[in-house]
Design a protein around this ligand. Sequence first.
Ligand SMILES: NC(=O)c1ccc[n+]([C@@H]2O[C@H](COP(=O)([O-])OP(=O)(O)OC[C@H]3O[C@@H](n4cnc5c(N)ncnc54)[C@H](O)[C@@H]3O)[C@@H](O)[C@H]2O)c1
Ligand SMILES: O=C(O)C(=O)C[C@@H](O)[C@H](O)[C@H](O)COP(=O)(O)O
Ligand SMILES: [Zn+2]
Length: 369
Amino acid sequence: MRDIVRVDLAERGYDIVIGPGVIGEAGERVSTLIGRRPVIVVTDDRVAPLHLAALEASLSAAGVRSNGPAIVLPAGEKTKSFGQLEALLDDILGRGIERSTVLVALGGGVIGDLVGFAAAIALRGLDFIQVPTTLLAQVDSSVGGKTGINTRHGKNLVGSFHQPLLVLADTAALSTLPPRHMLAGYAEVVKYGLIDDAGFYQWLEEHGAAVRSGESDALVRAVTVSCAAKATIVGQDERESGRRALLNFGHTFGHALEAAVGYDDRLLHGEAVALGMGMAFDLSARLKLCAPDVPERVRAHLAMIGLPTRLGDVAGVTWDTEELLGHMAKDKKVADGKITFVLARGIGQAFTARDIDGHEVAAVLDEAR
Ligand SMILES: NC(=O)c1ccc[n+]([C@@H]2O[C@H](COP(=O)([O-])OP(=O)(O)OC[C@H]3O[C@@H](n4cnc5c(N)ncnc54)[C@H](O)[C@@H]3O)[C@@H](O)[C@H]2O)c1
Ligand SMILES: O=C(O)C(=O)C[C@@H](O)[C@H](O)[C@H](O)COP(=O)(O)O
Ligand SMILES: [Zn+2]
């Protein structure tokens, strides 16, 4: 028996299949869904030696047709770029594909976001399947249809909403994930507890170490609860006109931090989110929206797990508050020149707010060092 979470979006609805060994079932599940349509698998050069053969063997054993060999891109955040998008489209289109072609994204959030965007625009829309291999991708990026790339102006500023046909989250594939990336994914897991599920947050305070170390039952539960939380929100607000903005908790600060670092390995997305969630609670406490001890309760948990909680924890970066404020002003949630913040009245009680005093935001950035 597998955990299966349904993303309920009428004709764009799909299943997320979760559990150890799901990649071994990929062939049967994909073949049932797409029949004789051809696939092109896209992955990165760290995932390819670890998990590509198993996926290809499963697809081939089930008779899934392939339109040429897998495309292997460089690993890392810098691959979410115009240059890599162009190279990917060039390779796909050079194969003389038809609209029946289905792209299969095997990898973390970088591959999923890039391949999803390529699928959205190639021939004005191909179907795609997500096979997420990082914790972050299994609990967050493979679900919900946000696809895109970074630009020199900021994070994810070019992209589209394009839902996958299916998500196959093989929790056993996380056994090869470096610990730092496991932790980065854990930040997005905690996010679901912090935004609207205090019971899940409390469970994480007790079982977070088991999730982090990859204990199968804890991991499957964390991935399933996270996917169910995201599926519910996406089902209510697919294009982020309201409630979906809660999934951006910690991201207004976090994306600015990533932009300031320049998307290199000094700061991973999940690490930026961990820092940003602490700051979102700091801002909430400064504005007397939540009790003053909540930011430290959250930081204590994130730090116990091993995530950064202060800007000083990020080695080799000098932070400039004015620069960070400039990046925050380019957030996609800016409307009428004002940033929409996701704040919280307590754990599990996030909400969106506007007209926040810029001096308070600057003070939070200054004090988070
Ligand atoms: N679309 C969304 O809703 C959404 C949500 C959250 C994050 N994101 C985006 O996701 C990206 C981050 O994704 P990520 O954290 O998965 O990073 P990533 O894709 O860069 O993967 C992290 C690293 O782990 C390697 N890797 C992947 N799977 C592995 C495995 N099983 N074993 C060993 N190594 C493995 C990768 O090659 C890479 O080096 C960011 O660009 C972020 O903006 C998107
Ligand atoms: O799915 C969403 O909605 C999210 O906000 C999930 C985030 O974790 C993710 O990082 C997302 O890519 C951020 O989106 P953006 O619209 O702020 O770029
Ligand atoms: Zn995120």
